[in-house]
Design a protein around this ligand. Structure first.
Ligand SMILES: Cc1cc2nc3c(=O)[nH]c(=O)nc-3n(C[C@H](O)[C@H](O)[C@H](O)COP(=O)(O)OP(=O)(O)OC[C@H]3O[C@@H](n4cnc5c(N)ncnc54)[C@H](O)[C@@H]3O)c2cc1C
Length: 278
C-alpha cells in the first residue's frame, strides 16, 4: 500500500516557502505509482498554508493556526496596511501574502527571510482582553517562550507548502488506476498520495476525514485481495538493481542522498525566477 513520502528536495525548490514545521513536503510517492503505470492527476497543484512563523528563527516554520485569523487577526504589510481580507480561502490569502512580499511591501526578517505582519493584538481589541490566552493558549506559549507577548506585539509570518492536492487516481476501493481506467493489480492507495478526493483545492481539515474513510476502505480491500491471492511472490531486492539502472539511464548522480528518486526537472529559467523572488 502506498502512502505519502517526503521529498527533501522540495526544500531546494521553493526555498523560503518550503519550510513546513521543519518538514519539506513536496512528495514523490505519486512517482512510485507512476513508475508502475498508474495515472496521475492534478500534480501541478500544491496547497500553501497561509501562515507559519517567520521569526524568531528558533520557531521559523511552526504553523500559526487559522483560528488566529478567524478570531480577528489581520494581515498587514510593512506600511501597516491591511492588504487582504483575512477570511478568504487559503489559496487566496497565501498568494496575496506572497504577492505583497514580491512587490516590495513585505518585511525582511533579521536573517533575510520573507515575512508580513499578522496583527494579533487586534484580536484583544475586537473581542476582549484575555481572548488570546483563552482561545490560542499553545500559540501564546510558543511565542512567550521566545520573549514575545502576542497580546501586545504582532508576529511575522509567511505561507508554507502544506499539502499535495494531486496524486494517483483511485477508484472507490482504493485501487490505483491505469490511464485506461482499469486497476493496477496489487497497488492500493490511501491518503495524501491519492489525487481527486479533494478536487484541486482541499478544504481545511478534510484530510482527517479522507484518511479515516479511504484508509478503512482501502485497508479492507487490500486485506481481501491478499487473502484471496494464493500465490506467494518471492521477495527479493531486485527492484533496487532495476532502480539503480534507471538512475544511471536518467543521468541522476548516485552520490546524492536518498530518498531523491526524480531527476531535477528545473530548467535555467525556473531557477532564475526563484532566485529573483528570494
Ligand atoms: C503541519 C501540518 C498540519 C496539518 N494539519 C491538518 C489538520 O489540522 N487537519 C487535517 O485534516 N489535515 C491536516 N494536515 C494534512 C494531514 O496531516 C495529511 O494530509 C495526512 O496526515 C496525510 O496522511 P497520510 O497517511 O496520507 O500520509 P502521512 O501521514 O505522511 O503518512 C505516511 C507515512 O509513511 C511513512 N513512510 C515514509 N516513507 C516510508 C518508507 N520508505 N517506508 C515505510 N514508511 C514510510 C512516513 O513515516 C509516514 O508515517 C496537516 C499537514 C501538515 C503538514
Amino acid at each position: 500500500m502506498c502512502t505519502r513520502l517526503y521529498r527533501p528536495r522540495g526544500y531546494e525548490v521553493i526555498k523560503d516557502e518550503a519550510i513546513n514545521v521543519g518538514i519539506p513536503v513536496l512528495e514523490f510517492s505519486p512517482a512510485l505509482g507512476y513508475r508502475v503505470g498508474a495515472k496521475l492527476r492534478d500534480v501541478d497543484i500544491l496547497q500553501y498554508h497561509p501562515t507559519r512563523a517567520a521569526w524568531p528563527e528558533t520557531i521559523r516554520g511552526e504553523l500559526i493556526p487559522e483560528k488566529t485569523r478567524s478570531l480577528g487577526g489581520q494581515l498587514v504589510n510593512i506600511k501597516g496596511e491591511l492588504f487582504i481580507y483575512e477570511l478568504e480561502p487559503r489559496d487566496v490569502v497565501a498568494s496575496a501574502i506572497i504577492r505583497e512580499y514580491a512587490e516590495g511591501r513585505g518585511v525582511v526578517t533579521p536573517i533575510g527571510a520573507h515575512a508580513v505582519w499578522l496583527d494579533t493584538p487586534v484580536i484583544e481589541e475586537i473581542r476582549e482582553p484575555g481572548t488570546i490566552k483563552r482561545e490560542l493558549p499553545a500559540l501564546y506559549r510558543m511565542f512567550k517562550r521566545q520573549g514575545i507577548d502576542i497580546t501586545v506585539d504582532p508576529i511575522l509570518i509567511y505561507p508554507t507548502l502544506h499539502y499535495q492536492n494531486g496524486g494517483l487516481e483511485i477508484d472507490p476501493y482504493g485501487r490505483a488506476l491505469k490511464p485506461d481506467g482499469k486497476p493496477i493489480p496489487g497497488l492500493f492507495v490511501a491518503g495524501e498520495v491519492a489525487g481527486g478526493v479533494h478536487g484541486r483545492n482541499r478544504l481545511v481539515g478534510n484530510s482527517l476525514a479522507d484518511i479515516l474513510v479511504f484508509g478503512r476502505r482501502t485497508g479492507i480491500n487490500t486485506a481481501k485481495t491478499v487473502k484471496s491471492n494464493n500465490s506467494k511472490p518471492k521477495i527479493s531486492l531486485n527492484h533496487l538493481k532495476v532502480y539503480m539502472k534507471e538512475l544511471a539511464k536518467a543521468g541522476v548522480p548516485k552520490t546524492r542522498k536518498a530518498p531523491i528518486l526524480l531527476p531535477d526537472y528545473r530548467g535555467e529559467k525556473v531557477l532564475l525566477r526563484s532566485i529573483k523572488l528570494l
